[in-house]
Design a protein around this ligand. Sequence first.
Ligand SMILES: [Zn+2]
Length: 496
Amino acid sequence: MDQNEPSAFIAAANAALVDSLPFADATDFDDAARGLLGRLEPGVVQNAEGQAVWDADAYAFITGEAPASVNPSLWRQSQLAAQQGLYEVVEGLYQVRGLDLSNMTVVEGDTGVIVIDPLISTETASAALDLYRRHRGDRPVVAVIYTHSHVDHFGGVFGVASQADVDAGRVEVIAPEGFTEHAVAENVYAGTAMARRAGYMYGAALAKGPRGQVGAGLGQTTSKGEVGLIVPTVDIRETGQTRTVDGVEIEFQMAPGTEAPAEMHFYFPRFRALCMAENATHTQHNLLTLRGALVRDPHMWSTYLTEAIELFGSRTDVAFASHHWPTWGGDRVVAYLATQRDLYAYLHDQTLRLLNQGHTGTEIAEMIELPPTLTRAWRTRGYYGSVSHNVKAIYQRYMGWFDGNPARLWPHPPAAIAQRYVDAIGGLDRVVELAQTAYDTGDYRWAATLLDHAIFTDEHHAAARALYADTLEQLSYGSENGIWRKLLPLRGDRAA
Ligand SMILES: [Zn+2]
C-alpha cells in the first residue's frame, strides 16, 4: 500500500512545534558528540549465520531539517540517539553508544575492566567490547554490573563474559537485590504477551525512513540477537554500601521501585562520575511501558532523584546513564537531575490533585500541562513516555481500571460493542463516511475511534481498512513519541 503525504493539519502542527521549542540550543549535540574515539564501521552487527542483528547505518537518513512526515522534536531526538561509537566520558571511563537500544559502559580498573549493562544481545555486546578494545587495548573483563532488571541491561552478558569465568571467580556479577527475581518475573509470567507487544512497541521489524521508523526515543530500536543471563554473584542491598572492584571504589544508592523494581545508582569517587542507571535519561520515561508492566511509582522515583542529588551532587563532575549521552559539569548535573525529579513529582502530584477532584485518567491526561521550565527542557519531552499515557498510568496505579461511572462497569467487550455502534450509526458504509469526514477535517482521533468499531465489526471491509491505515499514518506523522509513531501505523496496514 502506498504511503500518503502528511496532511496540511499535520504539517502545520509539526511546523508550529519548531517555533515553540529551543532548537537553536546545541548543548545536547555537543554532549552527544563529546569524547568520540571511533565508530563501528560499517555500523552493522551480524550473528553467526550472517544475519544483521543491528544496523546503525539504517538511520543515516536522519540528517538536516525534519521532513513534514516526522515530528521535528522526535527527528531531533533521533539525530542524537542514532549516533554510534566509543566515547570517552572521562579518562578511564568509556561508553559504547548506538550499538543497541541501551549503552554499555566500560570502567578501567587496575588489571581489567568493569562492564556496566552489556546490552540486549550477545552479538552487540561482543561488538561493543571489541570496539572498546580496538581503541583501549585488550583488557580482560573482571566484573559486570547490572544497573537494573530489564533485558536491555543484561541480555548480552555472554558477549562479555562466560558462565565458566564467573564460576571460576574470574568475573564477578554485581546487581541490586531482587534483580533475578524481577528479571524473571517481568520477562516470564506475562512474557509471551509482553514480548509480542514489545515487537510492536520498538518496531524492530518496521522499515526505517522518513515515513517509517525513525527511533524509539530512548534509543533507536532493539537488537535481534541471542539473549542470555548470568545470575549475579554479588547483591547490593543498602544505600551507602561501598565495594572496591579491581581497585575501583564504587558507592551505591538503592533505587527500588522506580524505572524497574530492582534498580540502583552508583558513584565512582576516582572519576567523580555518577551512574544514574535508567532513572535520569534525556527523555520523559514511562510510568507504564506500552509493552505492558506493573505501573511504576513516580513518587518514589522523584524521591530517589532528590536523594541522589543530596548524596552525590556536590561531588559529581559527570553523570551518565545506560541510555543517551552524559551530562558534564557539577551545576549542570544537579540541574539535570532536578528537572527529572520535578517532572515525575509534578505528574504524580497533579494527577492526584485532579483525581481527588473527581476527574478520571483520560480526562486528566488532557488537562495537565507541564510548567514552561519542563515543557521547554528537551530531556522531559515525551519521546518514550508521554504525559498522556503516564497520567493514565498514575490514575491506574491509585484507582485501577474502573473510573467510577456505572455505565462503564460492565460494558460489552469490543467486538460486541462495535457491532452495536455500527448498527446504531446505520451500517459500515455510513461509519466509514463519517470517519472520512473526520479525516478530512483533521480529527484523526475520532476517525480512529469510528474505524476501530468498523474493523471490529468486519475486519475485511476494504474501505474501512484503507481509511484506518491512512488515519493512523497521519497520527504517526504528527507524534513526538517514538513509540506512538510505531504503534499507530502498526494497527493499520503499514507494517513493512
Ligand atoms: Zn533500558
